[in-house]
Design a protein around this ligand. Structure first.
Ligand code: NAP
Length: 544
């Protein structure tokens, strides 16, 4: 018997599993594949009834990638890359869910996944050296290792408007969308919220609803997606470039195909700058956000130039200039919040069946049995859609009672903002590894997931090879990492803006103050920290 198999057997004798993974989205699925390779007995607990995570829950109309499809799929399986055809440059949700189910089928993942199993609590038992995980059904399961794969944008938040339960018609949150398609044809529909989810929903619902009323509290800077079908020949050509595509994703700051322009905004003439911005506006995807002049998100004057450029685009696309002005953000510059990508979003407001309500000027005061009231008017609706976002980043952690050494609650430890070592470990919480935890590089998410999973797998392999059973971040290493996280955020214009990226959610108590909620360094720098940690034999961890 190999050393690793012997360890796996020993651990299995004292706990139910070697590892428990929470969540069967892309992180949990890929982690399960790697745990099996280590010879570990693993169990994934998933609250939904199917795999896919984000792509399982977010099935609202119009939901699709904002990353190019071929940069988003798993990169680790060459056969799957050779077999799978993306039909659009930015695939719609049903296609991505199908893709992830194909991965689950291929690797027979479901045999180790317990569905409809929401984790309520996870407590570390120091004496036994294991985690005890309690599900909402009251069942209890133990494992040496606990791996959280619970997502960064997975805890939907509803507003707290009086009367919400009284509404007689159907009401949906975009992130908890029902499996049965919702028919909007001929209906009077309200959409509350204009983030990336709201924008995608609005442009789809506007096609069939009798009346669509959009309640916008803060406008966002949106830019064209320029989606298109991928013909078979083009997909065949893309397949030949996968190595190059994934290599490119490794090199860019946020793992997208786009990378910042090496020049500053005012290094070039106004004509050259305008031509470049026009080019970005006609190109696919996030280029206009992450492929713009390199000082666009740090230099106020530079940011004002691009903001005015996009404002003029909005003015040219929306016929009623009063509506156009309402759609142009006035309290933050372009790119300082997540840029929703759109397809004829602004043109929706030229349609006679679409109305925009400024819910900053006239806030929603009450949801009624037949619709809603604002401070200025009363509206009747058949359907209400809440596109009100998520308790992002640490929100999914706050919803589970995690307790580390000495019964310390993670929620208490993170009272003033999450801390971590490279986003994946937390001192005081041995053998808990967080995939996409606070302060991991996010960006094009699957690229970050694959890196996180491979890094955790590398650590587990190291522990197997050295007969080590417990890993914990050293507090001083956490402090050093957090110093780096804070340094990265200095000078970013996005730090001056309320958004999920700065830890603000108006619907969650205690989350009204801006913090450095996420890692804002580049993915290559992030990876170099993680790689260095491993290369130094995990000296920044206590391994026992
Ligand atoms: P979001 O960006 O946080 O937007 C929530 C919206 O709801 C905002 O417009 C917010 O207004 C509004 N809102 C919240 N509470 C409200 C209240 N009580 N009254 C009135 N309005 C309220 O959430 P999201 O659109 O779900 O997007 C979150 C993130 O998920 C995105 O930034 C993106 O990273 C990801 N996402 C990705 C994709 C994709 O890749 N295709 C699609 C969708 C989402 P305020 O701005 O005034 O707070």
């Amino acid at each position: 018997m190999s050393a690793s198999a012997a360890l796996a057997t020993k651990v299995a004798a004292t706990t139910d599993f070697d590892a428990i993974v929470i969540g069967a989205g892309m992180s949990g699925m890929y982690q399960l594949i790697r745990l099996r390779e280590l010879g570990m007995k693993a169990r994934v607990f998933e609250a939904g009834t199917g795999v896919g995570g984000t792509w399982y829950w977010n099935r609202y109309p119009g939901c699709r990638f904002d990353s190019e499809s071929y940069s988003y799929g798993f990169s680790f399986d060459q056969d799957l890359l050779a077999e799978w055809s993306w039909t659009e440059h930015f695939a719609p949700q049903p296609e991505t869910e199908r893709y992830l189910n194909r991965v689950a089928d291929k690797y027979d993942l479901r045999r180790d996944i317990q569905f409809s199993a929401r984790v309520k609590a996870a407590h570390w038992n120091d004496a036994a050296g294991h985690w005890a995980v309690t599900l909402e059904d009251g069942s209890r399961h133990t494992a040496r290792f606990l791996i959280t794969a619970i997502g960064a944008l997975s805890a939907p938040t509803m507003p707290t408007i009086p009367g919400m339960a009284s509404f007689k018609g159907p009401a949906f949150h975009t992130g908890l969308w029902p499996k049965q398609p919702v028919d909007f044809a001929g209906k009077r529909v309200a959409v509350i919220g204009t983030g990336a989810s709201g924008v995608q929903t609005i442009q789809e619902v506007a096609k069939t609803a009798a009346q669509l009323t959009v309640f916008q509290r803060t406008p966002n800077w949106c830019a064209p997606l320029h989606n298109a079908k991928i013909p078979a020949e083009e997909m065949a050509e893309i397949r030949t470039r996968y190595a190059e595509i994934f290599q490119r994703c490794q090199e860019t700051a946020s793992c997208f195909l786009h990378t910042a322009h090496p020049q500053n905004t005012f290094d070039v003439s106004a004509e050259e700058r305008n031509a470049f911005l026009e080019k970005l506006y006609t190109e696919r995807g996030f280029g206009i956000w992450v492929g713009n002049y390199q000082d666009m998100l740090t230099n106020r004057e530079a940011n004002a130039v691009i903001s005015e450029f996009v404002a003029n685009k909005i003015r040219s696309r929306v016929k009623d200039q009063k509506v156009a002005e309402l759609l142009i953000p006035k309290n933050h510059g372009f790119g300082t919040r997540r840029v929703p990508l759109e397809t004829k979003y602004y043109e929706c407001y030229n349609q006679p069946n679409v109305t925009l309500v400024d819910s900053k000027a006239t806030p929603i005061t009450e949801i009624t049995p037949t619709g809603l009231k604002t401070s200025a008017a009363e509206y009747e609706f058949d359907i209400i859609v809440y596109a009100t976002g998520f308790d992002a980043l640490r929100g999914a952690f706050d919803r589970i009672d995690f307790r580390g050494k000495d019964g310390v609650a993670l929620k208490d430890k993170w009272q003033n903002g999450a801390t971590s070592l490279v986003g994946m470990l937390q001192d005081g919480f041995p053998n808990m590894f967080m995939l996409l935890g606070p302060h991991t590089a996010l960006g094009n998410i699957p690229r970050s997931i694959e890196f996180n999973v491979d890094w955790v797998t590398g650590l587990l392999r190291h522990m197997q090879a050295h007969g080590q059973q417990v890993a914990e971040a050293k507090p001083e290493a956490t402090a050093k990492w957090m110093e780096h996280v804070m340094d990265c955020a200095a000078g970013l214009l996005s730090m001056e803006v309320d958004s999920w990226m700065t830890g603000v959610n108006s619907n969650v108590a205690g989350k009204q103050t801006r913090i450095v909620a996420r890692y804002t360094g580049t993915a290559p720098v992030y990876r170099s920290w993680c790689d260095e940690l491993a290369a130094q034999g995990y000296n920044d961890l206590v391994l026992a």
